[in-house]
Design a protein around this ligand. Structure first.
Ligand SMILES: Nc1ncnc2c1ncn2[C@@H]1O[C@H](COP(=O)(O)OP(=O)(O)OP(=O)(O)O)[C@@H](O)[C@H]1O
Ligand SMILES: [Mg+2]
Length: 430
């Protein structure tokens, strides 16, 4: 009991230093604050980027664009500068390259150069001063790890430098309402501060992902104060820079083998966009005492669960068989709507019965072998029809909510249990 007053003492002391009810602050009524939503964003015209940003760049917003070395961060931002420089002035600050190198890239990317101002500098206060003096309509800092606050002793790239530099750029961005893009490098060894420490400070965090193995790069929002984080943008890296992939389904299905067993097309949702992707399965006789299961682009445990359902509910036996599963194009399918196409591709390979080239399967598989409804069925069917699919194996239960007449090119086959779907596969319908 005696300890409590002792603990409370500093609080009471702090309170006593402040006279009651004295403040310079006034709070404004929420309803009285003006809203100019249309004018508060800059539409870049790069629709993949606009979508991920939640409908354009928010004035005063600070966006962190991070990604592995060489993925194309500088390319993306230079193209962004070019896209908006027709109507807006842009300040591009490079701490990593010389202005000549940026110029060379701009020439290669055919970026309009009139309204883009370039400076090679790493002193944060100098740059902030330049921003305040010239008042550009967009600022790009490439990269935040090279920036340095001269009043701090640590070298650039350390956690304290990165945090402080971000905070200073943020203060200028907010006070002058200038949208600012910061490039952040991803580092695995932790010696140099990664962008993680900045994620709380900035408004939006974008990850630009790509793999040497993948034909495309994916832009995702990990955090967005002004939009959804479900959306993705897809780009192709070409000699002329990043090209938008407006039709990923077409690209992912291009060149797929027709009439081969073990292939089934699935439809996954990436934000508001439906993307068709091919699942391939290979079921072969095992040479090992415990058969191998390998999975790429799909959750391993989920695949094991589906195999167990196929054994228990559909009467198949995989005990002496290896199962290899691959999602073509490097996509990761982590939606339950991909259960049915995954199960069907495994059965197709096991039976060596090809699934029709123009057939798609959509549905979740329950442990009882039942095929369950999935969200956004209409969007998925529309995409399948648009790409030219003719048969869709869908959950029977979902057909009640779907108007078949809306998809004249698509024959909808409702299935209740996995066995029904296997029968469709064996039958003449697909
Ligand atoms: N002439 C070219 N033709 C095709 N692709 C090119 C060409 N020059 C560069 N690239 C591509 O651009 C990528 C580099 O882009 P960029 O410099 O924008 O990446 P970055 O993410 O900014 O890299 P860093 O982390 O080093 O700053 C290369 O990995 C390559 O794929
Ligand atoms: Mg770069």
């Amino acid at each position: 009991m005696e300890q409590q007053p002792a603990k409370a003492a500093p609080k009471a002391g702090g309170g006593a230093a402040r006279a009651e009810g004295v403040t310079s602050l006034t709070a404004r009524r929420l309803s009285e604050i003006g809203m100019t939503e249309e004018k508060s964003r800059i539409i870049t015209g790069i629709s993949e980027l606009d979508r991920v940003l939640g409908g354009g760049i928010v004035l005063g917003g600070v966006v962190l664009l991070s990604g592995e070395p060489g993925v194309g961060k500088s390319t993306m931002l230079l193209q962004l500068c070019g896209a908006i420089s027709m109507e807006h002035t842009v300040l591009y600050v490079t701490g990593e390259e010389s202005v000549r190198q940026v110029k060379l890239r701009a020439a290669r990317l055919h970026v309009p150069q009139e309204n883009i101002f370039l400076v090679a500098e790493t002193d944060v206060d100098e740059i902030c001063g330049l921003i305040e003096k010239t008042k550009p309509e967009l600022v790009v800092i490439d990269s935040i790890q090279t920036m340095r606050c001269m009043d701090l002793n640590s070298s650039s790239g350390t956690v304290s430098q990165v945090k402080e530099s971000t905070a200073r750029f943020l203060a200028v961005a907010k006070s002058k309402e200038i949208p600012t893009f910061l490039v952040g490098h991803v580092n695995k060894d932790g010696a140099i501060a990664g962008p993680k420490v900045m994620e709380h400070i900035v408004d939006t965090v974008l990850y630009f992902e790509g793999d040497k193995m993948l034909p495309y790069r994916v832009l995702r929002a990990a955090k967005n104060r002004y939009g959804s984080t479900n959306e993705i943008g897809m780009f192709d890296m070409t000699g002329q820079g990043l090209a938008e992939i407006a039709n990923p389904s077409q690209q992912l299905l291009e060149g797929r083998p027709l009439g081969v067993s073990g292939n089934c097309v699935a439809c996954t949702m990436e934000g508001t966009r439906s993307i068709l992707s091919e699942i391939q399965a290979l079921v072969t006789k095992s040479n090992f005492p415990s058969p191998r299961r390998a999975c790429s682009g799909f959750d391993y445990n989920r695949m094991s669960l589906l195999v167990a359902v196929l054994e228990k509910r559909a009467g198949f036996f995989f005990g002496t068989l290896d199962i290899y599963v691959n999602v073509v194009g490097g996509l990761t399918l982590n939606e339950t709507a991909c259960d049915l196409p995954m199960a069907l591709s495994i059965v197709s390979s096991l039976l060596d019965v090809p699934i029709g080239d123009k057939t798609i399967a959509i549905g979740e598989l329950g442990l009882g072998g039942e095929v369950r409804s999935v969200p956004n069925l209409e969007l998925r069917l529309r995409e399948a029809e648009r790409i030219g699919f003719e048969v869709a194996i869908v959950p029977q239960a979902a057909l009640r909510h779907v108007e078949a007449a809306e998809y004249p090119g698509l024959k909808l086959i409702g299935v209740t249990y996995i066995n029904d779907a296997v029968n469709v596969l064996r039958g003449p319908q697909c």
